[in-house]
Design a protein around this ligand. Structure first.
Ligand code: C2O
Ligand code: CU
Length: 504
């Protein structure tokens, strides 16, 4: 079967792999914040916008004074931002010029099976004539249901999804952690007419911010622990990875602890935690006083109304759409973003410096969007999923309901159109992600959901020995999809399962 033979040692602080950089690191808040390029369509017709993206190795400057080899969509990290209009279909032709197979997943997208990026739907590199098929240690090659391609393929994203901050990233079975660490992640924003009429900050005051920690060797290359993949490590190696890989440098849009110059106005920040394993608790601070965050959206789009927060915990895979108001600031003020879950170099994230006095006409209306409530009483099925360490045959590792990821065997077969309650149970902290549809949080640890759980979510961070109930209605697309831990090392260590949706 797909399960390899890996062993976990007992959990201890020593099992958390904190990588320390050997390269010379810049002073925080000296490197300017980059903004990923917005991708232009190569063509358009009556219904559809067509894009092309090539994943390839590239040498870029991440740390001042060094060149870093990345794997980047169009050779950049983060990849180019795709902006879809809700009323139009988007087709992205992805081309693979990497030395390995890849899989592109649109995280948060409501997408049919064949374009979702199932972990064995490999896109082999251009020119590969099958020499990678059968490479040892590549369990993905042996899935008879996989839809594979060589060189290029289209991913088709239907119209209709409400405005939201989505992202795309590699999702190859057993290798997602190392591939995303090398740079295979980018934003995919969906916009719609309703959102654009609200008066929210736009243009250069609407900033996608991808947070990701990394570590660098003495030559400035990304460090990532060999061996790959996680599933078949050298004997004794796995204990070091079991809580995931953490770096000592916080990158925002690919720049270490950047500085961004702002005006005395509201800014919309689309925060995405694109880290492999690091969780952040963000606090915006101005000379000792907190600057409030106003949450306007979650993973799946706008909330019914804004919610003021003093701080925000964001786990891998999650997005929080917030508005920060700098209009009360003076020119020269600095607003520092802290990470209260960090230590040493990872307590800092980035800095905003107020440089321009302007008149701001943006607003945050009290009513943002109509959000349907999924009602507990409408649920037809309750399922329980335990995310925990365990043993599955010869393998011990991160499991769901006692099983290591095996593409062949679905863990659940929900009927399309019906509401289900899924009870999630975890032994340690895991960010849990479902493909295909967004869900709503009904409860946490038997009590009320957290304030930040409102709206449509696709990734939910559960902390040690936590439970949650979510309501989900899978819709439109029959086929196989996955749920998994979005700690990418856990995902690669098989904490993933297939669910197959059935037409009603
Ligand atoms: Cu962001 Cu299944 O992934
Ligand atoms: Cu996990």
């Amino acid at each position: 079967g797909a399960a390899g033979a890996w062993q976990l040692s007992a959990d201890s602080p020593a099992n958390r792999l904190h990588l320390t950089s050997a390269a010379r690191l810049p002073e925080p808040f000296t490197v300017p914040l980059p903004l990923p390029p917005v991708l232009a369509p190569v063509s358009r017709d009556a219904t559809t916008d067509y894009y092309r993206i090539t994943a390839r190795p590239a040498d870029v400057t991440v740390l001042p004074g060094y060149s870093t080899r990345i794997w980047g969509y169009n050779g950049v990290f983060p990849g180019p931002t795709v902006v879809s209009d809700r009323s139009r279909r988007t087709v992205v032709t992805h081309r693979n010029e990497l030395p390995v197979p890849m899989v592109v997943h649109l995280h948060g997208g409501h997408v049919p099976e064949d374009s979702d990026g199932y972990p064995t739907d490999l896109l082999y590199p251009v020119g590969d004539s099958g020499q990678m098929i059968g490479m040892p240690g590549m369990a993905a090659h042996s899935d008879p249901l996989a839809h594979t391609a060589i060189g290029e393929r289209d991913y088709s994203y239907p119209a209709g999804q409400p405005a939201a901050t989505l992202w795309y990233h590699d999702h190859r079975m057993d290798y997602t952690g190392p591939a995303v660490w090398r740079g295979l992640a980018g934003f995919h924003l969906v916009t719609d007419e309703h959102e654009s009429r609200l008066g929210l900050p736009t243009g250069d005051r609407d900033l996608p911010l991808l947070l990701a920690d990394r570590a660098f060797d003495a030559q400035g290359a990304f460090s990532y622990p060999a061996p790959e993949p996680m599933r078949s490590p050298q004997p004794g190696a796995t204990g070091r990875f079991e809580r995931g890989v953490l770096g000592d440098v916080v990158l925002v849009n690919g720049a270490p602890w950047p500085l961004h110059r702002v005006a005395t106005a509201r800014y919309r920040l689309r925060l995405l935690n694109g880290s492999n394993a690091r969780v952040y608790r963000l606090r915006f601070d101005r000379a000792g006083g907190a600057v409030p965050l106003v949450q306007i959206g979650s993973d799946g789009g706008l909330l019914t109304g804004p919610e003021e927060l003093a701080e925000l915990t964001i786990a891998p895979g999650e997005r929080y759409d917030v508005v920060v108001d700098f209009s009360g600031c003076a020119v020269g003020d600095r607003i520092t973003v802290h990470n209260d879950l960090g230590a040493g170099t990872t307590t800092r994230v980035m800095c905003f410096e107020v440089t321009d006095r302007v008149t701001d006409t943006s607003t945050v209306p009290d009513r943002l969007a109509a959000v349907e409530t999924l009602d507990r009483s409408a649920a037809v099925t309750t399922r329980r999923f335990a995310f925990r360490r365990g043993t599955d045959g010869a393998a011990s590792g991160w499991l769901i309901n006692g099983r290591a990821y095996d593409p062949g065997t679905p863990i659940a077969r929900p009927a399309l159109g019906q509401v289900e309650i899924w009870q999630l149970w975890t032994d340690l902290d895991h960010p849990i992600h479902l493909h295909l549809n967004q869900f709503q949080v009904l409860s946490r640890n038997g009590g009320a959901p957290a304030r930040t759980d409102r709206g449509w979510k696709d990734t939910l961070y559960l902390t040690a020995t936590g439970t949650a109930e979510i309501a989900v209605r899978f819709t439109d697309y029959a086929g196989r999809f996955v749920l998994h831990c979005h700690n990418l090392e856990h995902e690669d260590m098989a904490m993933m399962a297939t669910f197959t949706t059935l037409a009603g």
